[in-house]
Design a protein around this ligand. Sequence first.
Ligand code: MG
Ligand code: FE
Length: 169
Amino acid sequence: MPTKEEHLMAWLRDAHAMEKQAETMLSAMAGRIGNYPDVKAKIEAHLAETSRQADMLHSCIERRGGDISTLKDLMGKFVAMGQGMSGAFVDDEIVKGSMASYTFEQMEIAAYKVLIAAAEACGDPETSAVCQRILQEEEAMARWFSENLPGVTEKFLARSQMPDTTAKH
Ligand code: MG
Ligand code: FE
């Protein structure tokens, strides 16, 4: 039977892989946005945050005597690459990408709530503090998408009716 500490370590590694997946997804999305500078800027800012989150998780994992799971990290990257490529062929990519990003943030929020509780159960206040800080960043990003999805949709619909506009994203 795995110990509490082993569960915590597995979940930290999952979270690290999740952030690596997020890095690939966010950079693919930011690179393709041409007409929504506010969305692009927000995604680029969160990409920088995401890289720091991955580093902070890595530190927690090492401090607890583990190492990162290269296999899980790679699998996350492949999933993200697949999503990034399929996104290139849909004209409503800005809407689908924003929906996917909002959903991803909710998954991250859930993961960090689990990690905070697990770190507390294992008596690791440092890991708990790191995860609380990251949770705030994910909640801020989810809030931004929650508030901006209607506006992005309206702008997309307006652009989609312009006869000479080919690049909708
Ligand atoms: Mg994140
Ligand atoms: Fe995030």
